[in-house]
Design a protein around this ligand. Structure first.
Ligand code: UD1
Length: 391
């Protein structure tokens, strides 16, 4: 068996890139980028997993589903406060960058690992590329918003998924020459694995008949799940909705313990649980099973960012249980509506959406499955210009 770096094509390579991943959505974003870089013999890639997510269901499963070779380094930082997690990534990544001396560090998304890696690299005078730059919720109580703003402030190359990203960055005074509108690597991953997720066996595993109509729920934002009253209120609305439509709820580990407390021990055992009033709790699902489930759902209720985008492309009605979205194109072009977390409103909007499902208004520009190639083209150009002493 070849080593992880051989399988990423390091022979004849001249441009050294360190790719950083830490949490579940990062794995989805990096997969098409690794593949696109693999097609260029001039790129030598190293993959660093910070270990922010570490459960089998939150990490290894995604590597398998997305066919990503094991990381070259795992920093094993694990869970902790924001300060601790960020500091640990910086502390453990620094010697790796010192030894690897890459030409560029590539970070994706908006998790704590993204920010920590960007700061560590820039302090070493290493060029930083940020994929999914410029998204803004304008809500600084979200940890991700702080991560986005700070990462974008230090990045040298900013790859944006939608027009709002460019507008936000320009407003913050970012040099327009650094900004590249390339589309969305989440959609590259979705389209690239369509054949696999279309043949997922998740419906058998969950006991869902092909003709059943159902809704999918995901929750993990601190504003919805860390406050037990907010979580209880959302769950009340969801229970009421489950009288009209069965609901599948893959439970994020952040929520598991709290929910178990509220639901009387039905969630923490590692298997599927069906509640009499129509909510099926599951462990977090793998990437392919989750896309399969969403693709045939009649409705998605979520507080995730990435799921708003996936629902848009899959044409599945999506209600976002937050006050804001940093992805406005999912509302203007997609099936997404941002409705907050008031329980009456959730029930009302869900029933209305089931009765009158919204339709997609075209496809967001450049969400065509080729974003990673565009990104790699830009990286190639920059790194060559740099090598030639033009920058
Ligand atoms: C993180 C990201 C969030 C992203 C989400 C995707 C930050 C600030 N947040 O949130 O932007 O949308 O990932 O899932 O970076 N835990 C486990 N096993 C794991 C990972 C976490 O049990 O593999 C538990 C731990 O108790 C931990 C808690 O989940 O304290 C939260 O994990 P953490 O990585 O801090 O934040 P997420 O809520 O997952």
């Amino acid at each position: 068996m070849s080593s992880a770096s051989e399988s990423r094509g390091t022979s004849h390579a001249t441009m050294r890139i360190v790719n950083i991943v830490g949490a579940r959505p990062n794995f989805v974003k990096i997969a098409p980028l690794i593949r696109a870089m693999n097609r260029r013999p001039t790129f030598a890639q190293t993959l660093v997993h910070t270990g922010q997510h570490y459960d089998e269901t939150m990490s290894e499963r995604f590597f398998r589903d997305l066919e990503i070779a094991p990381p070259d380094f795992n920093l094993q930082v694990g869970s902790g406060s924001h300060a601790l997690q960020t500091a640990q990534v910086m502390q453990h990544l620094d010697p790796v960058l010192d030894a690897a001396r890459p030409d560029l560090v590539l970070v994706v998304g908006d998790v704590n690992s993204t920010l920590a890696a960007a700061i560590t690299a820039v302090k070493r005078h290493i060029m930083v590329a940020h994929v999914e730059a410029g998204l803004r919720s304008f809500d600084r109580s979200m940890p991700e918003e702080i991560n986005r703003i700070l990462t974008d402030a230090v990045a040298d190359l900013l790859f944006v998924t939608e027009e709002s990203g460019r507008t936000n960055l320009l407003r913050e005074g970012i040099d327009p020459a650094k900004i590249h509108f390339v589309g969305n690597v989440m959609i590259d991953a979705l389209e690239g694995s369509r054949r696999q997720w279309e043949s997922s066996l998740i419906f058998d595993k969950l006991g869902i008949e092909p003709a059943t109509s159902y809704a999918v729920l995901t929750l993990h934002r601190p504003s919805n799940v860390d406050d037990s009253r907010a979580l209880a209120a959302i769950l009340n609305a969801v229970e009421a909705l489950s009288r009209d439509i069965p609901i599948v709820f893959p439970v994020h580990p952040r929520v598991r313990e709290r929910l178990d407390h509220q639901a009387g021990g039905r969630v923490t055992e590692s298997r599927v649980h069906v509640r009499s009033h129509g909510i099926t709790y599951t462990d977090p699902l793998g990437y392919l099973d989750f896309l399969a489930l969403v693709s045939r759902a009649r409705l998605v209720l979520t507080d995730s960012g990435g799921i708003q985008e996936e629902a848009t492309i899959l044409g599945v009605p999506c209600l976002t249980l937050r006050e804001t979205t940093e992805r406005p194109v999912t509302v203007t072009h997609g099936t997404n509506r941002v409705i907050g977390n008031n329980p009456e409103r959730i029930l009302d909007e869900a029933l209305r959406t089931l009765a009158h499902p919204p339709h997609r208004n075209g496809t967001p520009p450049l969400w065509d499955g080729h974003a990673a190639e565009r990104i790699v083209d830009v990286l190639d150009m920059h790194l060559r210009a740099r090598a030639a002493g033009l920058q």
